[in-house]
Design a protein around this ligand. Structure first.
Ligand code: M6R
Length: 604
């Protein structure tokens, strides 16, 4: 999730690009750059760091047309060399997205003599468009992008004329229409100071902009008539894409983030998971005797799901530990153990220290993280990036579901190598994984029902979340989300454990959220629901759409689409996040910045 901008008109481009980039800094902030068309051709300046760092190194550039970028690294470390724009001859490009067939295009272009100077996937775009450029930038962009698999919002500049071309597929891109000037940006926020007339571009659409003209085309080069919208939002609302809170925006973004975590990593044809970044030799994966997962908070809850999937799919004994416990616990580790540290930020002090501790035992190390180039990523041998994009809300939402997806992918990958998962089952699982984004959208379409239930129970002092097996970690996560942002005391419990103590707390005043999707433990779950109903607790069940039985036993049901038994945790997560969000909203809490909490805990 990077931010791109472009300007062409009668004013100096650089100050406008900088100002617009500052508005997009929430999308990424590890490096930045601009390319401006001057009398001497395209001038490029870029640096690692924030937009203010870029501003500090910029000379006075004279030029009326330019593109800019603020980066959130996905491929290649956050360095000046990897910062955008990237160039090939007289073509410059800024890009937000992921080029899935990067390696194939890289080999092809390298074979033709193109020199690569960065580690980014974006550089292939610059060379591709250069390869096809014969005097018409729109034609070159169409030809080039037809070869690309993946996602992009990209803007291109050519040294030959004061024209900018931009295109999108699966990454946001908006064109802004001014008087004698035109713009593109990842997000309207960047444009509101200059114009309120915008066009939200569609996939496989190209826009060509000069100061006086703006034209849209499809990928066959046919002109497309676009609908111009007038934006009424103020800047603060626009930063959240019109959502009242970042958390709600990020919950909604899971349709895309879950897809992005899987993108390019699944081969439905062979039933294999493609995780080139995992450099562990296949022989070592076959011989792995144990996995130890270390993490904190929400990442720890993801780790608990990891235990189920590594054991169920790959047959590897897995332990999960809280980082702050692990580091002082004299752990027993062998060199045949793989230690997986999970951290959204990659900067959690306890997880970093626990990883360092694990390394002293000679274990193999792997990290699942969302941020490129962090302290944690420098400590481990293997990294699986979750690619969820920056998360602003303190409560982790989209990064959690992306961690779950990364764990499923790793477990399937290991299971295939260890011959524990046959091709047919693996293919079925991968197909089901790919269906999850659409199913998340279905849940989001139904959020009004979840809001009503949240309001109904928002005056409760205590809340319980019950789940069994794979749903148990999500019961913990549901309780954590609710505590964190609504300040209601909540407990997540393995449903079978309730009668060993906590049942004493159940009464008509303690709402119980029962995670009751179909699984081998479903009947047991129904029994646990009956136990709490017998103590007069109001029960809200989260169940599959195919379940006709559950409503007999509970007060209300929130439905999720039917999926593979292993994958329900992803769908249930979205429901419990919404439940927590709407509860906190009803109580008027500070949702994005809950009291006493920080997004990244960099102290012990
Ligand atoms: O960045 P990390 O994943 O290492 O952070 C771990 C926890 O601090 C974090 O998950 C925290 O529990 C969240 N605020 C939960 O929403």
């Amino acid at each position: 999730m990077c931010g791109i901008v472009g300007y062409v008109g009668k004013k100096q481009a650089t100050p406008i690009l900088l100002d617009a980039l500052k508005r997009l800094e929430y999308r990424g902030y590890d490096s930045a750059g601009v390319a401006v068309l001057t009398d001497n051709g395209i001038e490029i300046h870029k640096t690692e760091g924030k937009i203010s760092d870029l501003e500090a190194i910029l000379p006075d550039i004279k030029g009326l047309c330019g593109i800019g970028h603020t980066r959130w690294a996905t491929q290649g470390a956050p360095t000046t060399l990897n910062a955008h724009p990237h160039v090939s001859g007289n073509i410059a490009v800024v890009h937000n997205g992921i080029i899935e067939n990067y390696q194939e295009l890289y080999d092809e272009l390298k074979g033709e003599g193109y020199e690569f100077v960065s580690e980014t996937d974006t550089e292939v775009l610059a060379h591709l468009i250069h390869r096809y450029y014969k005097g018409n930038l729109v034609d070159a962009v169409i030809e080039g992008l037809k070869k690309v698999k993946g996602t992009y919002a990209a803007a291109f500049l050519c040294g030959d004329s004061e024209q900018m071309v931009a295109a999108r597929k699966d990454s946001p891109l908006v064109a802004g229409l001014g008087k004698g000037e035109n713009f593109v940006a990842s997000d309207v926020t960047a444009l509101l100071k200059y114009t309120r007339n915008v066009v939200y571009m569609h996939d496989f659409e190209i826009v060509s902009l000069s100061g006086e003209n703006i034209q849209f085309f499809d990928f066959d080069g046919n002109p497309v008539k676009e609908h111009i919208e007038s934006i009424e939002w103020n800047i603060e609302a626009a930063e959240k894409s019109g959502y009242p809170h970042f958390m709600l925006k990020e919950i909604n973004e899971q349709v895309t983030s879950v897809h992005d975590t899987m993108m390019g990593r699944i081969s439905e044809l062979t039933g294999d998971v493609l995780l080139g970044e995992v450099k562990l030799p296949r022989e070592e994966i076959r011989k792995l005797e144990r996995i130890v997962i270390i993490a904190c908070g929400t990442s720890y809850n993801a780790g608990l799901l990891g235990k189920y999937v590594f054991e169920a799919l790959a047959g590897i004994h897995t332990d999960v530990d809280i980082s702050s416990e692990f580091r002082y616990a004299n752990p027993v580790l062998e060199d045949s153990t793989l230690v997986i540290s999970i951290s959204q930020s990659g900067e959690t002090a306890d997880t970093i220290a626990a990883t360092k501790e694990a390394k002293t035992y000679g274990c193999r190390t792997l990290s699942i993280t969302n941020v490129v180039g962090t302290t944690l990523s420098r400590e481990v041998e293997n990294i699986v990036y979750t690619r969820a994009g920056p998360e602003i809300g303190v409560a982790a939402t989209k990064t959690f579901t992306s961690q779950l997806i990364a764990l499923y992918l790793l477990a399937i990958h290991f299971a295939r190598i260890r011959k524990k998962l046959d091709v047919d089952r693996s293919k079925r699982l991968l197909v089901s994984l790919k269906q999850l984004p659409g199913m998340i959208q279905q849940i989001l379409n139904n959020k009004e029902l979840i809001r009503k239930q949240a309001i109904r129970f928002s005056t409760a002092r205590d809340y319980f979340f019950l789940g069994r097996s794979l749903n148990f970690p999500i019961a913990l996560e549901g309780a954590l989300k609710l505590k964190e942002i609504s300040y209601i005391h909540a407990e997540g419990y393995a449903a079978g454990e309730l009668k060993h103590g906590p049942l004493a707390l159940i009464s008509k005043d303690t709402p119980v959220v029962a995670l009751a999707t179909r699984a081998s433990t479903y009947d047991k779950m129904l029994n646990n629901i009956k136990e709490v109903k017998a103590r007069a607790a109001p029960v809200l069940a989260i169940a599959g759409m195919d379940d006709t039985e559950i409503e007999k036993y509970v007060d209300a049901v929130i439905r999720v689409p039917v999926t593979d038994e292993l994958l329900y945790p992803v769908l249930i997560s979205v429901v419990v996040q919404l439940l927590a969000y709407y509860t906190a909203d009803a109580l008027g809490c500070s949702i994005d910045k809950p009291r006493n909490l920080a997004k990244s805990v960099t102290v012990e």
